[in-house]
Design a protein around this ligand. Sequence first.
Ligand code: CDP
Length: 223
Amino acid sequence: MSSNDFIIIAIDGGAASGKSSTARALSERFHLLHVDTGSFYRAVTAELLCRHVNHADLPAVRAALAALQFGTRVAGRFAGMEINGRVAGDEIRSKEVNEHVSFFAAVPELRQALLAYQRGQVEVARRHGFRGLVMEGRDIGSVILPDADFRFFLHAEPMERARRRVAQGQQDTIHERDRLDSSRKTSPLTCPPGAIVIDSTRLTLEEVVATMAAPIAARLAAP
Ligand code: CDP
């Protein structure tokens, strides 16, 4: 990779492990498009809940998905998902979405419906003149972008993650979501082979970002 190359960074990890804050910081530092795939699963979940679709009713999930058109609206450095022309708002962080999202995310048809869309964000980043993209989620380094230039896996002790979520003012079921996300058959949450693993329990955000930025900066500086 030379300093002119487009950089692709994958960050995976459990709920409240620090993916979004670190991805945001890296996107600023290296001028990357920030792609939060959790926000995609959340937006689709909010939309399906709004349409009264039950995650266990596969024909209804399929029919609802067929009626959804996905687009991307770039705001600053963030890739916002459009569903039928509308970008979802704060409802994607609601208690109801927190409770249902992992059930919808375990439906193979739904994951399949989002696969090409997520990979398509690389082209969105290029089109908008970004230096690359940082994509965060559960299966980015393993399934969505297995050839990413850098793959990170974040984790933190459960008590610390619960504390962070409460500090964000959210009612969330992070341990239950982790259990569902790690045990599902399709694209479970796993640490991809070769990923740089960071335990952020006793680190500040700045320390985590510095650990991630170091190998990226070194690679970009290499002749
Ligand atoms: O912010 P937090 O880490 O709590 O969750 P998120 O990244 O917003 O993701 C919400 C949910 O979407 C997760 O609990 C997973 O069920 C699902 N998800 C997934 O299955 N695959 C991804 N690549 C990203 C999210």
